[in-house]
Each structure stands twice: as structure tokens, then as C-alpha cells.
Design a protein around this ligand. Structure first.
Ligand SMILES: *[C@@H]1O[C@H](CO)[C@@H](O)[C@H](O)[C@H]1NC(C)=O
Ligand SMILES: *[C@@H]1O[C@H](CO)[C@@H](O)[C@H](O)[C@H]1NC(C)=O
Ligand SMILES: *[C@@H]1O[C@H](CO)[C@@H](O)[C@H](O)[C@H]1NC(C)=O
Length: 392
């Protein structure tokens, strides 16, 4: 009896959460004087609760399938509780939320936290759709199993990082764009940002909206004009012999064999930031760190988790931690693949704010998983780019 009660409560809770999502947080009608509308409402509520039950049973089946399929594969050395694992402390940002959600399902299942795993799956159904959630999780489980057999790539990875510092900076630029830094920049309107450094990124293309120009600009002229614009200017793109100024909102950088780009590196003016008494985010998130300790050695999961938390930390202005996590991601994924993936996702997200965001996040995650599935070193396939965004 008690068991049934808790299941019923869960059903109701999920039902409320889903209708909250579907109706854009509209308040529930208190009463309805019009009987025909009232009947309709109760009919649609019936259909809806049927859908919720179907989704719930699919989620239940998926979790028990995963539990069987992961048996004996992940030996989690952890005392973290299910609640700690499920609430990693990183909730909030759209892209990281979905990537981290996918990443944590197999971890929760392996830790025996089946209830929390099912809860997370229901959330992913709402965010990504049932079929894509299943496809992504299949890929992740396959990567976990394959990763166990491979030698550690750490030694190689760190060498690559040293060689491609500037490409790492390009990845960080994209991560900041994904974290919505350009929107915050618009709010602060350049006042607390200081743009002092230029980063040249070879074999890359800075995409985004270019400013109107009367005449072709030399590199020096373009740099000066960009600097005068402050945070609103993302950087420069070379167009044969002259240079274009690219605006920050919606911009992103992607690998390209035949061009170079310059990024204007902007940071918060920290002295002023502090004097104004704006609270600085503490960049130690104890809850997240506990989860990190559990996942950091799991193949594939650690890569996805590091990228997800890099975007999360950037979204709360913890750039040091964000950079560290981005570097760990490049141990398993080349900087170019990572630049392409983050750039593609940021591009779609930036251009199609709102409705297009989900498609962008999905295309980005799909691209990343496909790249991880390829054994060879990753090369950017130019054909997968259409209108500056990733195709599926
Ligand atoms: C679970 O596994 C069964 C048997 O392999 C399969 O038919 C079913 O589609 C799977 N369900 C989900 C939700 O993955
Ligand atoms: C878990 O707890 C036990 C005993 O409390 C302790 O010996 C062990 O080191 C802990 N393991 C981890 C991974 O923290
Ligand atoms: C999900 O997959 C099933 C079977 O593969 C298909 O019938 C269904 O139309 C798909 N749903 C969506 C929304 O794509």
C-alpha cells in the first residue's frame, strides 16, 4: 500500500512538472464556469496522464535495461549518496544541463540509484525527446564499454594540449558563448570588461555577424576598430587581404584549413567588480566536486562530464575551473573536434535563440558522440556544416 502511494505521488509530481513545462508556467485554472471547456480540459488531462504513464513505463524499462547492460562494467569507488549524485550542484544552464543529464544516467544506474536515474530520464524525455534520449544513452553505454579496453590516452593528450594552446583558447571562447557570456556582456555593456589581449588562432574561422564597413581594413585598422567597440567585438576574420570585424553575440569559432582568426580576449575588470560590492562566485562547488571524484575515471562519461561542467562553470563566471575542465576534455577529444562541436552548438544556439536551441544542443551532442565513436584522430568534415551550423 505504501509502495503504491509513493508511486502515485511520483506520477502526480511528474504530471505537474510536465504540464508546467507544456503550458509555459501558466497558473492552474481554479474553477471553470464553462462546462464544455471543463469537459475538454478533463479529457485532455486524461490523454496527458496516459502519456505520462507511457513515458514513465518507457523510462522504467530503459533504466532496467541499462542496469542489466552495465552490470559488472562500472565499479564505482564512491561513498556518495544517491541524492548527492543526482543533485550535482550544476543545475541551470541549458546546454550543460542536458549533456550532464545524459552523462549521469549510467552513473546513477551503476551506483544502484534506479529511482534517481528514472527521474533524470523523465527529465531528458521532456528536454530531448524519448527517441533521442534512447539513442544518446545507447551511444554512451557503448563508449563506456569500449573505453574500458583502451589504454589511457593521458600522456598523449597533454602533449597535444601544449602544442595547441591557441586552439584551446578558441574552445574556451566557444564555451563562454555557450554559457551565455555574450548575453551578460550586453547587460554590462563593456563597463566591467577589459579587452587587452589578442589571440591568433591559426586554421580557424570566426563566424558570426560582421559589422558594416565602408572600405577594406588592414589588420591594424581592424584591431583598433574592434578594440574601440570593447566586449561587443568578438574579433577579426581574414577575408583574402583585408579583415572583417565580427560582433560577439552569436559568434563562434570553428576549424578551417584555409583561414586564420583573431579573438579579442576580454576579462572582467576584477578591481572594479569587487569595489562595487558585486558578490564574486566562489568557484568551489563541493557538491559538484563529490560527483567529479566519482566520474573522473570513467571512460567517455568523464569526457562528457568535463565539457558539461566547463560550460556550467563558465556560466557562473568561474573561468579558472571552466578552463581546467575544458583541458581535461581535450585529453580524450582533440581540440579541433572540440572546437567544431562547441562552435557548432554555440552557432545554432546563438542564431536561433529559443526554439532552435534544442536542435542545436542535440546536433552538438550527436556530433560529439559520433566523433568519440571514431577511432582515428578527428578531422573536421567540412560537409557537415550548413549555414554556419552543424547538421545532424
Ligand atoms: C529493453 O530491452 C528489450 C529487450 O532487449 C527491448 O526490446 C526494449 O526495446 C528495451 N527497451 C528500452 C526502453 O530500451
Ligand atoms: C568510504 O568509506 C569507508 C569507511 O567509512 C572508507 O574507508 C573509504 O575510504 C571511503 N571511500 C571513499 C571512496 O571515500
Ligand atoms: C520514435 O521511434 C519510433 C520507432 O523507432 C517511431 O515509430 C516514432 O515515430 C519515433 N518518434 C519520434 C517522435 O520520432
Amino acid at each position: 500500500m505504501a509502495k503504491w502511494d509513493s508511486k502515485l505521488k511520483l506520477l502526480l509530481l511528474i504530471h505537474l512538472l510536465l504540464s508546467d513545462l507544456a503550458f509555459g508556467k501558466a497558473p492552474f485554472p481554479q474553477s471553470n464556469p464553462n462546462p464544455s471547456i471543463a469537459t475538454k480540459t478533463s479529457q485532455s488531462a486524461q490523454v496527458e496522464s496516459q502519456e505520462v504513464e507511457d513515458a514513465l513505463s518507457a523510462a522504467h524499462e530503459l533504466v532496467s535495461n541499462l542496469s542489466t547492460s552495465l552490470q559488472g562494467h562500472l565499479d564505482l569507488q564512491s561513498n556518495a549518496s544517491c541524492a548527492e549524485l543526482a543533485n550535482g550542484g550544476w543545475r541551470g544552464s541549458a546546454f550543460s544541463q542536458e549533456l550532464l543529464g545524459l552523462t549521469m544516467v549510467p552513473v546513477l544506474v551503476s551506483a544502484g540509484c534506479l529511482f534517481e536515474a528514472q527521474d533524470l530520464v523523465m527529465q531528458l524525455y521532456a528536454d530531448l525527446g524519448q527517441n533521442d534520449t534512447h539513442d544518446f544513452l545507447d551511444d554512451i553505454v557503448m563508449l563506456i564499454k569500449r573505453g574500458e579496453k583502451r589504454e589511457s590516452a593521458h600522456a598523449n593528450g597533454f602533449q597535444t594540449i601544449r602544442k595547441s594552446q591557441h586552439h584551446l583558447q578558441a574552445v574556451l571562447f566557444n564555451i563562454n558563448q555557450l554559457a551565455g557570456v555574450d548575453e551578460r556582456a550586453a547587460v554590462y555593456n563593456g563597463k566591467v570588461w577589459q579587452c587587452k589581449r589578442w589571440l591568433m588562432v591559426k586554421a580557424s574561422n570566426l563566424q558570426g555577424q560582421a559589422t558594416e564597413q565602408i572600405k577594406p581594413l588592414s589588420l591594424e585598422e581592424a584591431k583598433q576598430a574592434c578594440r574601440r567597440m570593447g566586449i561587443q567585438c568578438a574579433g577579426l576574420r581574414r577575408d583574402s587581404d583585408s579583415y572583417r570585424i565580427i560582433l560577439r553575440p552569436g559568434s563562434r569559432i570553428v576549424p578551417s584549413s584555409n583561414s586564420d582568426s583573431w579573438i579579442q580576449d576580454c576579462k572582467f575588470g576584477s578591481a572594479r567588480w569587487r569595489r562595487n560590492g558585486v558578490p564574486r562566485h566562489r568557484c568551489v562547488n563541493e557538491n559538484e566536486k563529490r560527483v567529479y571524484k566519482v566520474v573522473e575515471w570513467i571512460p567517455a562519461v568523464s569526457t562528457l562530464y568535463n565539457l558539461g561542467t566547463a560550460v556550467y562553470y563558465a556560466s557562473v563566471n568561474c573561468y579558472g575551473t571552466a578552463k581546467e575542465r575544458a583541458i581535461f576534455t581535450t585529453v580524450d577529444l582533440s581540440t579541433d573536434a572540440l572546437m567544431a562541436m562547441t562552435g557548432g552548438t554555440a552557432g545554432v544556439a546563438g542564431y536561433a535563440l529559443g526554439a532552435g536551441l534544442k536542435t542545436g544542443v542535440k546536433a552538438g551532442i550527436k556530433y560529439m558522440l559520433n566523433n568519440m565513436k571514431e577511432e582515428e584522430d578527428l578531422l573536421m568534415n567540412q560537409n557537415s556544416w550548413v549555414n554556419g551550423g552543424l547538421t545532424d
